[in-house]
Design a protein around this ligand. Structure first.
Ligand SMILES: *Cc1c(COP(=O)(O)O)cnc(C)c1O
Length: 370
């Protein structure tokens, strides 16, 4: 007894996408970014299948790392936002959690708090993103001081995050170059003395900024088969090699004829220009289908494209099937996946694929296949 609205997760696609990252960067180690429940795909399961292949994982916050440890994952896990309070340091040190150090306060806490095991630290350099990270002076001081701490592992990783790599048009322009040159100036200054390693590239960097590929890369979105590039997935040839890892499906639960000039749904934002057939589908914004999706957003049903007609409701959407043949109650509908690319739905909802896949809610069962 269940509503048939599901997210099918293709684990083989995630493996193949990870292998593509390795192939693009044969001289780097790629840390698999599985924050936000592996971008909505189910982090415990995704971590299990990637664990034999990857050197380490990354998540955003410590709670995500704790739940992976509880699920039996043993590879190192980098916490991209670092620690919140000193009491977490001992847990991190003894559970092989690596910490990004994203502020002067965090580095001071670590310097003040001796741990019983060695801490593996990644130091974030703010080269222009201006969200997190230490500036050059703060970093020079932090590197020297942390290097003196017996509880800090040698070979700290210096990292930064690119602000504009996701736009292939401007990747080669001044913003990315300014970030890279600031980063490598500091890195080259200290790398011998402190045996530093480097990490710059996210998926966009891996795919589009060869100079950003360093000792460690941090691929996220590409593992799930979606483009890191803004609204233009078809314009970069590498994106065609990525395999979408999620197929989000639901079911037709009602079909009706709507007379000419009658409207459908909240706000009456869609009106029948002629007598139309409307199918109601059991998915809404409470499941993670984007409420901002415009009239005309495609869904795939019985090998045909039907178009969203009317506003997305909490638990339902309505689509115009007037031009489609043979559709009946109970038919499966693909909302995004292999036939309708999530990036296409995202752009029709004025957002990006990241937002859609991380937004598929708890109410939707994840069904895994190899
Ligand atoms: C989320 C995140 C990544 C992964 O980014 P993608 O664009 O998904 O590849 C890499 N680095 C940091 C610091 C992040 O927060």
């Amino acid at each position: 007894m269940s509503r048939k609205t599901n997210a099918f997760i293709h684990l083989d696609a995630i493996i193949s996408n990870y292998q593509l990252a390795n192939k693009l960067c044969p001289d780097s180690k790629n840390i698999a970014v599985i924050k936000a429940n592996a971008y909505g795909h189910g982090s415990a399961k995704v971590a299990q299948i990637l664990e034999p292949l990857v050197p380490a994982f990354a998540v955003a916050i410590i709670e995500e790392a704790v739940s992976l440890r509880n699920a039996g994952i043993t590879k190192p896990i980098l916490i991209l936002q670092g620690l919140n309070e000193a009491s977490e340091l001992e847990y991190a040190a003894t559970h092989n959690l690596w910490l990004m150090v994203v502020s002067k306060q965090q580095s001071e806490l670590i310097i003040e708090t001796q741990c019983s095991a060695k801490l593996n630290l990644w130091l974030k350099f703010d080269t222009g993103m201006h969200r997190l990270g230490l500036n050059g002076d703060e970093l020079s001081q932090a590197i020297a001081e942390l290097n003196q701490c017996s509880w800090v592992q040698q070979k700290m990783v210096l990292c930064t995050h690119l602000a504009c790599a996701s736009d292939p048009q401007i990747t080669q322009t001044s913003f990315t170059h300014s970030q890279l040159s600031q980063f490598f100036d500091l890195f080259n200054k200290f790398k011998e003395q402190y045996q530093l390693l480097a990490s710059v590239a996210n998926s966009a960097g891996i795919m589009n900024v060869p100079e950003a590929r360093c000792d460690w890369n941090r691929p996220g979105i590409m593992l799930y088969g979606l483009t890191p590039f803004d609204g233009i997935h078809e314009r970069h040839e590498l994106t065609t090699k990525l395999k979408p890892a999620m197929t989000f499906t639901s079911t037709v639960i009602a079909i009706r004829t709507v007379p000419i000039n009658e409207s459908v749904g909240y706000g009456a934002i869609w009106t029948a220009k002629e007598t139309s057939t409307i199918a109601t589908i059991a998915v809404g914004y409470a499941d993670g289908y984007p409420r901002a999706a415009k009239n005309g957003t495609p869904v795939f049903v019985q090998g045909q494209i039907a178009k969203l007609a009317g506003r997305v409701s909490m638990d339902m959407i309505t689509v115009d099937i007037s031009e489609c043949d043979g559709i009946k109650v109970g038919d499966e509908v693909e909302l995004w996946g292999k036939n309708i690319h999530a990036d296409v739905v995202a752009s029709s909802a004025n957002t990006i694929g990241y937002d859609l896949i991380t937004g598929v809610s708890q109410r939707v069962p994840r069904i895994f296949s190899d």
